[in-house]
Design a binder for this molecule. Structure first.
Ligand code: AVJ
Length: 323
């Protein structure tokens, strides 16, 4: 591979439909119905998420990009050149160029995403725009990923995980500690993680961010039911549910729910689930942290918090942690 050679390999470890079915049947069978947030990201859900990122109310995306731009040189010095860069939940990979431009060419770029369609598009676009960069795309649930495939740039390079967007906020603190521990294992000694974490703030700002006026977040939440109908042959009437999102102060998290507007029965793959009027399916947690609070969580999971950057309004934080 030379400097003008476009290099892209694709590894398909996409979770099986049977896993989705099992998780949905289990989640709807609980006293407090719940579904995992990772299931939002089918092809259309991933597109809706991109649109959320561009709404006026959803501040995290542009704020994190602003932090990356404002502190690019310092971030690059802290992360260090000559690493293999692994991105968790790479999605559209729109923030990656900000980091790559500051870092210079890494030994490899490894985007990992659960949505195959979006991963293929964004990895191909990134590989084409950076000839000479070895791109190793992996469709997988990164919470389940134990090791990386054999690839030239991954042989003996120091590893760095880029985990932007505050996606770690979808985990409870206990789940987050578990995920960080497994990431530290994947990184090995000398590795590091550049991770975006949304900060605690005025609940009104949070409320607006998860209840945008255009209804994109509402459509994103409701699309989960459409996905279940299509992939698991369920009979959800999407108009019989509404989007609910609120900040839960004690838990320090935004919760998203789908609330049933009537008493109704839903069938999914032969099983029937009764809904009371007003009953909800809990579809997402989005935890917010203080900078110190997150550093303590990372430390409890075996990382050493090295640096943290924030924006002037202290809306969002970007942390560098070392193993
Ligand atoms: C991509 C998980 C970080 O929790 O803010 C956006 C997803 N949900 N609006 C978040 C989301 C509703 C987002 N994460």
């Amino acid at each position: 591979t030379g400097p003008s050679h476009v290099s892209l390999t694709f590894h398909d470890c996409q979770p099986a439909l049977a896993d989705f079915r099992r998780d949905v049947l289990d989640g709807l069978g609980r006293t407090r119905k719940a579904l995992a947030a990772k299931y939002f990201y089918d092809e259309y859900g991933s597109q809706l998420f991109e649109r959320i990122c561009n709404t006026e109310e959803y501040y995290p995306t542009r704020t994190e990009a602003g932090i990356l731009r404002a502190h690019a040189t310092e971030i690059a010095e802290t992360v260090g050149a000559d690493c293999a860069l692994i991105e968790y939940g790479s999605g559209s990979s729109r923030k990656t160029p900000l980091l790559l431009d500051a870092l210079g060419q890494p030994a490899a770029y490894v985007p990992i995403d659960i949505c195959k369609e979006q991963l293929l598009l964004s990895a191909a676009r990134l590989a084409a725009s950076r000839p000479g960069l070895e791109v190793v795309a992996i469709c997988a649930d990164y919470t389940q990923l134990q090791q990386l495939p054999a690839a030239a740039g991954l042989q003996d390079a120091r590893r760095v995980i880029f985990f932007p967007g505050s996606t770690i906020g979808n985990c409870t603190p206990a789940q987050a500690a578990h995920l960080l521990r497994s990431a530290a294992g994947l990184l090995g000694a000398g590795g590091g993680m550049l991770i975006g974490v949304d900060l605690k703030k005025d609940p009104r700002v949070l409320h607006a961010a998860y209840n945008d006026a255009q209804g994109v977040t509402e459509a994103f939440n409701l699309n989960l039911l459409t996905r279940i109908n299509r992939e698991l042959h369920a009979n959800f009437d999407v108009t019989a549910f509404r989007h609910r999102a609120f900040y839960h102060e004690e838990h320090g998290r935004v919760e998203m729910h789908l609330q049933s507007l009537a008493a109704q029965m839903i069938t999914v793959g032969g099983a029937t689930f009764p809904f009371l009027e007003g009953e909800t399916i809990h579809t997402e947690n989005s935890y917010k942290y203080g900078i110190r609070e997150f550093q303590e969580l990372a430390a409890s999971a075996g990382f050493v918090p090295a640096r943290a950057w924030t924006d002037p309004e202290r809306l969002f934080s970007l942390h560098y942690l070392t193993v």
